[in-house]
Write a protein that binds this ligand. Structure first.
Ligand code: MSP
Length: 643
């Protein structure tokens, strides 16, 4: 029987700078969905990529003093590296600067134009370059600001091509009525319907004031509007409109276009209308998740400078903890405020205390009570039934949420089972069963816990891609794919007689306070020392200065004073005279470095004894914070007066 197809996409990202955990959220969610569908036997295809044209990219490239192509190439490399680090297994990565995309985009523009749905007129209105979006005066926020991102918009007046969107408004409304699940969550659908009901304008689909884009095929003064170009990626990647459209035939229409709520309008209104004009099927679902926000600054975004780098988090914690956190923390469709403290709490509570600790307790007890061997169940405790029932019900409960991309609720179901298993340990008290010689019941309890951990590792596998092998290794069933796949989500498959191999905790507990303190100490050590300038001394008259007799001296010899850390003893020549001078500067100079140097001595300072050695004067140095440098001259003969 041939497998059922499934096609999921993320937005294609603007390569205008490093991606942050907001982008990582969408991509990890799509990757987990793809893995989940593959585990469930689907022929699943996952597309992501980069949206490389437009005014914003052209400006960024100019700021970086690079050609746009060179600029995007560098960033796309970094994006692909990041996806590698985050365990993202896409089936294709499309770049809109690729020939395969440009050709299809031009063909589509031509086709829609040929059928009379594109016309030329003068565009006069407002444009938000960061959002690459046109607005009418009426749509702007107060003060001529972009209604989406709040930044100033620019007046645009240019000859443009327009796409007759208005013509399709009724057909679109009818489509939504017939397919109420197309836009999710429902709140977004309602917003979109209201938007269209207020009247749909034709869409400006070309620009002439810059040239970084795909040329309009019949008028090369114009480049295709970047959103019109970008949305086409979902079919150009499949070879739509080419001689090699096997993937298109197989996977289109998309099952899920996944994105955050900021770009739902493009995907749920413009894109379906483009597809209607092309007379090709509309995707099944457009799903908008919320934003990852940081503090009070709202949506995490590069331009606001409030971004968190996912690569750093993966290096600091671990891949699976970050993937788990992202998907567990964001309630379906709602925003989530990011904080490192919330991340650490999530890791500590769910993964270290509950999941990891259960494995540790279990392997330790099997080691102590059964000589490391998992024995076949042999007897029952009053607590078994409830645990086993929950374990049997959890796969369907979690899957129902996963199917809808509600990973947060799905993972919560799985963790409920882990929590129950921990409680089961406390309720059944295996140590007491052991003491009481209840060997049969003890065997059952330990067996049941192995089964729970095996099932949990399967259910978490689409999200936590490195953990199952670690759990299986400790449970003694390393490499047993037959016990780790979706079909193995059946109670009782754990092979009795297996010897467990207790190992290191799989999710060590993180001491956030200690970590923070260590980071602060590190930052402090790395930071430039704060320099405090000495306050200026009291004013003196020239007659006071004249009292000082400063002379140039040549260092004949210099030695560290034994048993002291700081003191150097100098033998200096001052004209015809030789003197012995002490100075507390051993930490700044090696004595031999100073021999031959011409330094400045306060020559009429009363001699003083330090550590029993007489110092006949004082050498001058300049001091700032931790820095010190002896004052020196180069050519002039020793004995010269400094004035
Ligand atoms: N290039 C367009 C998409 C074209 S698709 C045909 C674009 N790119 S983007 O780089 O700005 O990324 C948009 C997507 O990144 C969002 O829809 C969302 O999936 C993800 N996110 C970007 N910032 C985000 C948050 N702060 N929070 C959650 N997701 C975020 O728009």
């Amino acid at each position: 029987m041939s497998k059922q197809k499934f096609y999921i996409t993320t937005p294609i990202y603007y390569p205008s700078g490093n991606l942050h955990i907001g982008h990582a959220y969408t991509t990890v969610a799509a990757d987990s969905m793809n893995r989940y569908k593959k585990m469930r036997g689907f022929d699943s295809y996952f597309l992501t990529g980069t949206d490389e044209h437009g005014q914003k990219i052209q400006r960024r490239a100019a700021e970086a003093r690079q050609e746009p192509q060179q600029f995007v190439d560098g960033i796309v490399d970094k994006i692909q590296e990041l996806w590698g680090l985050m365990g993202i297994e896409y089936d294709d990565f499309i770049r809109t600067t690729q020939q395969r995309h440009q050709e299809v985009a031009q063909k589509i523009f031509q086709k829609i134009s040929d059928q009379g749905d594109i016309y030329k007129a003068e565009y006069s209105g407002w444009y938000c370059s960061p959002c690459e979006t046109f607005f009418t005066e009426r749509q702007l926020a107060e003060g001529h600001l972009c209604p989406d991102c709040g930044r100033p918009v620019e007046v645009t007046k240019e000859e443009s091509y327009f796409f007759k969107m208005s013509k399709y408004a009724d057909r679109w409304l009818k489509f939504i009525e017939d397919n109420p699940d197309f836009i999710q969550p429902a709140t977004r659908r309602n917003e979109m319907v209201n938007f269209v009901k207020q009247g749909l304008d034709d869409l400006c689909v070309s620009r002439t004031t810059f040239d970084w884009g795909i040329k309009v095929p019949f008028d090369d003064k114009h480049v295709i509007y970047v959103w019109f170009d970008a949305l086409i990626n979902y079919i150009s990647a499949l070879g739509y409109g080419t001689d090699h459209d096997e993937l298109y035939q197989k996977y289109w229409p998309a099952d899920i276009h996944l994105m955050a709520k900021d770009i739902i309008r493009f995907h749920s209104i413009i894109w379906p209308i483009m597809l209607m004009a092309l007379d090709i099927p509309i995707p099944k679902k457009v799903i908008a998740h919320g934003w990852v926000t940081l503090g009070d600054c709202g949506k995490m975004s590069k331009s606001k400078g409030n971004v968190i780098d996912p690569a750093l988090l993966v290096k600091k914690y671990s891949l699976d903890t970050i993937r788990y956190f992202l998907l567990r923390e964001m309630p379906f469709g709602l925003d989530v405020a990011y904080s490192e403290e919330a991340l650490v709490n999530r890791i500590n509570i769910d993964l270290a205390n509950d999941y990891g600790n259960l494995l540790s307790r279990l392997t330790s007890m099997i080691g102590k009570f059964q000589n490391k061997v998992v024995l076949a169940p042999d007897g029952e405790t009053e607590f078994d039934k409830e645990l086993i029932e929950l374990a049997k019900a959890t796969p369907a409960a979690a899957a129902a949420y996963f199917d809808n991309l509600d990973f947060s609720a799905g993972l919560a179901e799985v963790m409920k089972l882990v929590g129950k298993a921990n409680k089961y340990v406390d309720d059944t008290a295996p140590w007491a069963l052991n003491k009481a010689g209840e060997k049969g019941k003890l065997a059952s309890v330990l067996y049941n816990l192995c089964e729970v951990l095996r099932l949990v590792s399967i259910l978490l596998k689409p999200v936590m891609i490195e953990t199952q092998p670690k759990v299986f290794a400790q449970l003694g069933i390393e490499g047993r794919e037959d016990l780790g796949c979706w079909e193995a989500l059946q109670w009782g498959l754990f092979p009795a007689g297996t010897e467990v191999k207790r190992g290191e905790p799989i999710f060590p507990r993180i001491d956030f306070a200690a970590e923070l303190a260590a980071e602060e100490a590190e930052e402090e050590a790395a930071a430039e020392p704060v320099v405090e300038y000495e306050p200026l001394g009291e004013e003196i008259g020239i007659e006071d200065f004249a009292k000082l007799d400063l002379r140039v001296v040549t260092v004949l010899d210099c030695q560290k004073v034994p048993k002291t850390d700081k003191l150097l003893q100098f033998t200096v020549k001052m004209g015809e005279e030789t003197r012995s001078v002490l100075s507390g500067i051993a930490k700044y100079y090696q004595p031999e470095q100073l021999i031959g140097k011409k330094l400045i001595l306060i020559a009429n300072l009363k001699p003083a004894k330090i550590r029993g050695i007489e110092s006949q004067g004082m050498l001058l140095s300049a001091v700032l914070g931790e820095d010190l440098e002896l004052l020196a001259v180069e050519k002039i003969a020793d004995g010269s007066k400094v004035c």
